[in-house]
Design a protein around this ligand. Structure first.
Ligand code: ATP
Ligand code: MG
Length: 393
C-alpha cells in the first residue's frame, strides 16, 4: 500500500503574494530534516503539502516524527494512496485504518471531493464507505457528533487519499523565513528554550557561548554543543561561536567593584555578541532572561544590560515562570542535558552580594577602569566556531 504524508500549512497559509517564498523555505527545511531518513518528493496543493517517499524502504513513522519538528505546519497525517474507485477506497479504509477501527467504538467518515468528475458526491462517499466499514467491523456504531475515530477520504485529481486523524504539527513559521538572530546560550535550562521559541517564529539561529577556561571545563563546552544539537531538532543547523572570555572576566574581577561584577560581565557579553551578530548578518540577539529569576534579571539589571547594545534583544521567556520554562525544555528534549552539573562562566566569580538594583550611572562609573575596545578586540580574536547539526530522535 502506497503511503504519503499530508502536511497542513500553519500561519503561512495566511500569507499573500510572498507565500511561495515561505513554502520554498519550508520544503527546504523538510528535506534537510529528512536527510538521514530518505528522499521525498514534495508537491503543494492549496494549504496542504504532500510528501511522497521516493523509495519503499523508507520508515514512514521516522519521517513523521522528523516532520513533527519542522516549524510551519499546523498538523500532519499519514495517508494511503488509492485509485479513484469506490471499491478501492472502501478496501483501503478497512485495511489501512483497521487497527484503529478495531479499537474504536464509534466512528464517522468525512469526505472531500476536489475532483468534481468523480461520480459520487461527498455525502454519498461517506455513506458508501461508512456502510462498508460497518459490514467489516460489526462492533462499530456511527456517531457523527463525537466519534472515537474519524476516517477521512479525499478524492483528488490523480488519486484518492484515505487517512485517520491529524496529529499536531510544530506550528510557527519556517526557520529562516524571518531572518537570523544570535542566541546567547549558556549551559542552563532557559536559553535553549529561548532559542527554540524564536526559531518557531521563523528565525534562523546562530549561537554564542562564553567560556572561561580553565575555570570552565571542556565538559561544559561539550554540553553547550549538545544543547545546540538538541535545539537543532527544531531550529536546524546551528553555528556556534565559543568565545574565550577568561581575560574579560579577570579584568573585571581585578579592576571593578565586586558588587558590579555580574552586571558588567553581562554588559560585555552583550557588546561582544553584538559585534559578532553584525559580522554574521544577525538582526537581533536572543537571551533566556526572565524577570526576577536571579539578581542579574531584576528590572534594574535588565535595564543596564539592555543599553549595552544597539541591536534589539529578544527575550521570549521574559514573562515565564521557571516551571513553565522547564515544561517546554522537557517537551523539546533539552532538559536532561541542561541539568548536567557543569559550571558556567557566570558562576565562576559570582560576587557574594550582587547589586540587585544597579543604577546605570554607577555601572558606567565602575566600568571606567576597563579598556573596553582592547577587551572586546581580545575576545573577538578568541572565537572558535563549531557548526552543529540536529540530533536525531
Ligand atoms: P540559563 O538557564 O539560560 O543559563 P540562567 O537562569 O542561568 O539562564 P543567567 O545566568 O543570568 O540566567 O543568564 C541569563 C541569560 O544570559 C541566559 O539565558 C543566556 O541567554 C545568557 N548567558 C548566560 N551565561 C552565558 C554564557 N556563558 N554564554 C552565553 N550566554 C550566556
Ligand atoms: Mg545560566
Amino acid at each position: 500500500m502506497k503511503e504519503i504524508i499530508l502536511l497542513k500549512a500553519g500561519e503561512i497559509a495566511l500569507k499573500g503574494l510572498n507565500r511561495s517564498t515561505f513554502e520554498d523555505r519550508l520544503v527546504k527545511n523538510c528535506k534537510f530534516r529528512l536527510k538521514g531518513i530518505g528522499s521525498f518528493k514534495f508537491t503543494r496543493a492549496q494549504s496542504t503539502m504532500v510528501a511522497e517517499p521516493m523509495d519503499e524502504s523508507i520508515d514512514m513513522d521516522d519521517a513523521v516524527d522528523a516532520l513533527k519538528t519542522v516549524f510551519g505546519f499546523a498538523g500532519l497525517s499519514q495517508a494511503c494512496v488509492v485509485e479513484k474507485e469506490l471499491a478501492a477506497i472502501q478496501q483501503a479504509a478497512a485495511d489501512y485504518l483497521g487497527e484503529d477501527l478495531r479499537r474504536a467504538r464509534t466512528f464517522k467518515v468525512e469526505a472531500k471531493r476536489a475532483d468534481k468528475a468523480f461520480p459520487l458526491k461527498s455525502p454519498e462517499i461517506c455513506t458508501e464507505v461508512g456502510g462498508y466499514l460497518l459490514s467489516r467491523f460489526p462492533h462499530l456504531q456511527v456517531d457523527v457528533h463525537n466519534p472515537d475515530m474519524t476516517v477521512y477520504v479525499e478524492v483528488r485529481d490523480h488519486a484518492a487519499f484515505v487517512r485517520g486523524p491529524q496529529m499536531p504539527g510544530a506550528g510557527g513559521m519556517p526557520v529562516g523565513s524571518s531572518g537570523k538572530a544570535l542566541l546567547l546560550i549558556s549551559g542552563g535550562i532557559d536559553s535553549p528554550v529561548a532559542g527554540y521559541m524564536m526559531a518557531k517564529r521563523g528565525l534562523e539561529i546562530e549561537a554564542i557561548h562564553f567560556a572561561a577556561p580553565p575555570y570552565t571545563s571542556e565538559h561544559a563546552k561539550q554540553k553547550v554543543i549538545a544543547l545546540c544539537q538538541e535545539t537543532g531538532r527544531y531550529a536546524g543547523r546551528i553555528k556556534l561561536h565559543v568565545v574565550g572570555f577568561t581575560k574579560v572576566q579577570e579584568e573585571i574581577r581585578d579592576k571593578c567593584p565586586e558588587e558590579y561584577f555580574t552586571i558588567i560581565m553581562r554588559r560585555y557579553m552583550m557588546k561582544i555578541a553584538e559585534r559578532l551578530a553584525q559580522q554574521n548578518g544577525c538582526g537581533a540577539l536572543i537571551t533566556g532572561e526572565s524577570v526576577a529569576q536571579v539578581a542579574s534579571q531584576t528590572l534594574y539589571a535588565i535595564g543596564c544590560t539592555d543599553v549595552a547594545c544597539q541591536l534589539p534583544v529578544l527575550r521570549p521567556v521574559i514573562g515565564m515562570d521557571k516551571n513553565e520554562i522547564v515544561a517546554v525544555s522537557r517537551r523539546i528534549g533539552t532538559f536532561e542535558t541542561s541539568i548536567l552539573p557543569y559550571e558556567d562562566c557566570c558562576t565562576v566569580f559570582t560576587p557574594r552580594h550582587p547589586r540587585t538594583k544597579p543604577r546605570l550611572h554607577q555601572v558606567l562609573a565602575a566600568e571606567q577602569a576597563l579598556d573596553e575596545e582592547a577587551l572586546i578586540a581580545q575576545a573577538m580574536e578568541n572565537i572558535e566556531t563549531i557548526v552543529t547539526y540536529p540530533q536525531q530522535w
